[in-house]
Design a protein around this ligand. Structure first.
Ligand code: SF4
Length: 341
């Protein structure tokens, strides 16, 4: 698939006080994109569209270049200690995506150009924990790889982390646009993960993302560039024939990773979950979606901020976990399964 190009770009005036802000303004002007000004990346007005749905779709192809003011990083368990805020929002249209609700009425994509401030804050967190390693997750609120061919802020973060003694970076993507990251001086301190799933899930629920084959082609490039590699299987979803579907996934992964050095390969497993507010939003935005979200079939789990989530019942979750662990042991006996949640 083609790399993302926004239809509309907004700049916060303050963003132009940073080198990356200026660079992006020049770049987007040269690309002939429509550029507007916004006082704050939190309140972008005038995204075209005659109704909510149209505005939502247009917002997903709108890029806002701004300053990250809140420098307190969120926690990011279980995959890392902190979420490093480089961007918010995504151009993908995955039906199940939790950004549907966490971003509320602001589904446009925001990129933050005050990298100096963000890195300074990351340094502080590392110092507090040293000599323990501090892991930073860069894909908590966006698919950062999918926009990085435009901004290169992820690339800079990879190189920043490469120079630290106690920092590690990780992120996950469904996009194939990794070429500019291959020569980054990562020093083995960045784990590059790809999101993979059964054919059924990718076909039905992941429009607007790279295909399985494209993601794996990118994974091969990344592994050949000596990045530690991982896969996240998420959301694991019990569709008809899910056992065969996931078996086929690992078979295809195995076949397409032949000849690649898989030392240190990791897997993370995340079962499908949804919240009540998410269900309402998903039904409005993707009314024809086949995504099954029947609360009566699920187990309710209390969550942060009082918003509980619906996960699979204990027995089903155990079935998913044992089945996927078995497949992974079969095809990738040396891989580490970091968690199932
Ligand atoms: Fe959400 Fe990731 Fe899909 Fe983007 S690619 S819509 S962040 S699930």
């Amino acid at each position: 698939m083609k790399a993302f190009v926004p239809q509309l770009v907004y700049f916060e005036p303050k963003a132009l006080e940073y080198p990356l802000g200026k660079e992006l303004k020049d770049k987007f002007e040269k690309m002939g994109l429509e550029i507007r000004e916004t006082t704050s990346h939190n309140q972008v007005r005038g995204i075209p569209g005659e109704n909510d749905l149209q505005q939502y779709r247009n917002a997903k192809s709108t890029l806002v270049v701004g300053i990250r003011k809140t420098l307190k990083f969120d926690t990011s368990k279980p995959s890392a200690e902190y979420a490093i805020p480089l961007a918010t929002g995504c151009m993908g249209h995955c039906h199940y995506c939790y950004l549907q609700t966490t971003l509320g009425s602001k589904p446009y994509i925001r990129t933050y150009v005050n990298l100096e401030d963000i890195f300074e804050q990351a340094e502080k967190y590392m110092k507090e924990r040293a000599p323990e390693i501090t892991r930073f997750e860069a894909a908590c609120t966006s698919d950062i790889v999918g926009i990085d061919h435009l901004t290169h802020s992820l690339k800079k973060t990879i190189e920043f982390m490469g120079q630290t003694d106690f920092g590690q970076l990780r992120f996950v993507t469904k996009y194939q646009h990794v070429d500019h990251l291959l020569d980054a001086k990562h020093n083995g301190r960045t784990r590059f993960r790809f999101s993979v799933n059964s054919r059924y899930v990718i076909k039905n629920f992941e429009p607007g993302t790279s295909s399985f084959e494209e993601r794996i082609e990118a994974a091969r490039k990344v592994a050949n560039a000596d990045y530690p590699l991982g896969f996240i299987v998420a959301p694991i979803y019990m569709h008809d024939g899910w056992q065969e579907g996931y078996l086929e996934l690992f078979q295809r992964l195995y076949d397409s990773l032949q000849g690649i050095n898989l030392e240190g390969l990791t897997f993370e497993l995340i079962q499908h979950r949804f919240t009540k507010p998410a269900k309402n939003v998903i039904q409005k935005r993707y009314p024809k979606s086949k995504l099954e979200m029947d609360e009566t079939k699920r187990k309710y789990k209390w969550g942060r901020y009082g918003i509980g989530k619906y996960v699979y019942q204990n027995e089903e979750a155990a079935d998913i976990e044992t089945t996927l662990r078995r497949y992974i042991h079969e095809f990738f006996p040396n891989a580490e399964i970091q968690y199932f949640t």
